[in-house]
Design a protein around this ligand. Structure first.
Ligand code: HEC
Ligand code: HEC
Length: 326
């Protein structure tokens, strides 16, 4: 009697498990049809898109080739948007590759419509319907306004095509199946009201990924307190940086920072933009996009500061370069 019941139970569990896996395996991510209209290529749109790509949303950070022997990894000339394979040391669940975004027809986005690009950026679905791994920031980019995403695409269309064949991301099981539940159609997104400093700051901080990098994560998913830092970025045996606590805690975060000090922290790197970023070793290694953010408009940095100061303070002491002091 017991044996029979257990047998039935085991069989049920097995059937449900297999059924569940089969469901996930064949399941398609939630997706909308890409828009069929092309983005109008005006000078204003392209300029805004350049600012978003290079400065605010730091698309360069992952999709361009960078020289990490220099402070904050400046871009290598002519390699913008050509794609980048993430180092295994980062501990991501699989082989993650940020694709070539240049308009090269074979190895980049040359054959994509503008609608395909908008859908990939905000909804997280590649042209062929594949769910993108959310290290690509679509869970935050889905809040990007229609104007801003169109501006981004207009700028991406002006990139010089670079031929650079790269493998496609391959994720480990079960992440390979779970990732299908991450995409979601963004629909239409209204632009934030810039006179509402707090909301505008939240909008910018979201595009800039402050929370994403400044929150401890495991296998690419947040597990720590927002903005409390402590996330490790390991590029190799010797190159490692830990994100700082940027919550407004007075002892361990930026709670005592004035707006001026906040801005100066970013603008101190402006000279590197003109003179070139100096050679640097493990003691100054960072993934914080200082070179991009140093070009942020003062109004935008002030809005981000306003927003950060409204977040819950978290007492969490972080050493950003363990073993090297600060
Ligand atoms: C933190 C790293 C990171 C940042 C920042 C980032 N991306 Fe990505 N992006 C990726 C990765 C990784 C993939 C591929 C994911 C996959 O294949 O599952 C990707 C995929 C894409 C794709 C789909 C390409 C394809 O062939 O499927 C587009 C388009 C794209 N990114 C555009 C952007 C834009 C525009 C920005 C800035 C607003 C940006 N990305 C910022 C990492 C990043
Ligand atoms: C790609 C990851 C990444 C992103 C995105 C990022 N940060 Fe950072 N940030 C770091 C790391 C790592 C450090 C520690 C190393 C260093 O100071 O350069 C850091 C350091 C800082 C510091 C210095 C704190 C101190 O005590 O000196 C501030 C301030 C800061 N980040 C603010 C921000 C803000 C604001 C944003 C969004 C606009 C942001 N960060 C986005 C990774 C990131």
């Amino acid at each position: 009697m017991w044996k029979k019941a257990l047998g039935i139970l085991a069989l049920t569990v097995l059937t449900v498990t297999i059924g569940g896996l089969a469901f996930l395996y064949f399941r398609k991510p939630a997706m909308a049809k890409p828009s069929s209209s092309s983005v109008p290529m005006t000078a204003q749109r392209i300029a805004r898109g350049k600012y978003l790509f290079e400065v605010v949303a730091d698309c360069d950070g992952c999709h361009s080739e960078r020289d990490f022997s220099r402070f904050a990894g400046p871009l290598i000339a002519g390699r913008r948007g050509k794609g980048f394979a993430f180092p295994a040391e980062l501990g991501l669940p699989g082989n993650v590759v940020a694709p070539n975004l240049t308009p090269d027809r074979e190895t980049g986005l040359g054959a994509w419509t503008d609608g395909d690009k908008i859908r990939a950026i905000r909804d997280g679905v590649s042209r062929d319907g594949r769910a993108l791994f959310p290290v690509m920031g679509y869970p935050r980019f889905r809040h990007m306004s229609d104007e801003d995403v169109e501006a981004l695409v207009a700028f991406m269309n002006t990139l010089a095509p670079v031929r650079n064949p790269l493998p496609t991301t391959s994720l480990m099981f079960p992440v390979s199946l779970l990732v299908k539940s991450d995409p979601r159609p963004a629909g239409n997104v209204a632009a934030p009201d810039r006179s509402d400093k707090l909301r505008y700051g939240q909008y910018l901080a979201n595009l800039a990924g402050c929370q994403e990098c400044h929150t401890r994560a495991e296998r690419g998913r947040p597990v720590g307190q927002p903005f409390a830092g402590g996330e490790e970025f390991r590029f190799s045996e010797s190159l490692m940086a830990v994100s700082a606590n940027i919550s407004p805690d007075p002892e361990t975060g930026i709670g005592r920072w004035s707006e001026r000090r906040f801005l100066d922290t970013f603008y101190q790197y402006k000279p590197y933009l003109a003179e070139g970023s100096p050679k640097s070793g493990p003691e100054r290694f960072t993934v914080m996009p200082w070179l991009g953010f140093a070009q942020m408009e003062p109004e935008d940095l002030k809005a981000i500061y306003t927003y950060l100061m409204t977040q819950p303070p978290v007492n969490n002491k972080v050493e950003t370069r363990p073993g090297y002091g600060r």
